[in-house]
Ligand binder design. Structure first.
Ligand SMILES: [Zn+2]
Length: 180
């Protein structure tokens, strides 16, 4: 793979992924170049951040328009250092495209479902629970939908390793707040 050009969009191979995940200096260029398949139209950029945030692999930042409840805005996807622990390229692509891409699609099409709109209830919830907890509660619906989209695409292009399936199922369970 040649990722010297900014505009190049590439299908990642396992060898590309192995090189980048073991050498973080390659990550910014690599994530920028990944082909986001059917989700590309909902994403403005994919960036690598070298600082860890909680135990997250990656996250999707909705555009301001989406936060205000307007559809049609593209999201920014941030890849975090823990994503480099994913060994299989298809697991990485599954989280990037089938999970974060699903968030981006929801932000684009149905912003009210996944981001807090400024209502009295939202304000009260934020004041009562604190921003992080309130946002997590409001965001839960979008989280389950993203995990469900991963499950729906489990067999697509080999995104079906045991590790991947277990991680996705755990994520879905947590997002639904079920206890066994
Ligand atoms: Zn998510």
């Amino acid at each position: 793979m040649n990722i010297s050009s900014n505009k190049m969009v590439v299908k990642l191979t396992q060898a590309d992924w192995d090189r980048a995940r073991t050498n973080p200096l390659l990550m910014p260029e690599l994530v920028k170049a990944v082909d986001l398949e059917d989700k590309a139209q909902f994403v403005s950029s994919v960036e690598y951040h070298s600082k860890t945030i909680g135990n997250g692999l990656m996250l999707t930042q909705p555009p301001i328009s989406s936060v205000l409840g307007e559809s049609g805005g593209k999201s920014r996807i941030i890849i975090l250092p823990l994503a480099r622990h994913l060994q299989r390229v298809q697991d990485f692509l599954g989280f990037l495209i089938d999970h974060e891409g699903a968030h981006a699609e929801l932000n684009y099409k149905h912003p009210r479902k996944v981001v807090p709109t400024v209502t009295r209830e939202t304000i009260e919830l934020v004041l009562r629970k604190g921003y992080l907890k309130a946002f997590r509660m409001i965001n839960n619906q979008g989280e389950s939908l993203a995990f469900q989209n991963q499950l729906a695409n489990l067999d697509k292009r080999g995104r079906n390793s045991e590790y991947y399936a277990i991680t996705v199922l755990q994520g879905l369970r947590d997002s639904l707040n079920l206890t066994y």
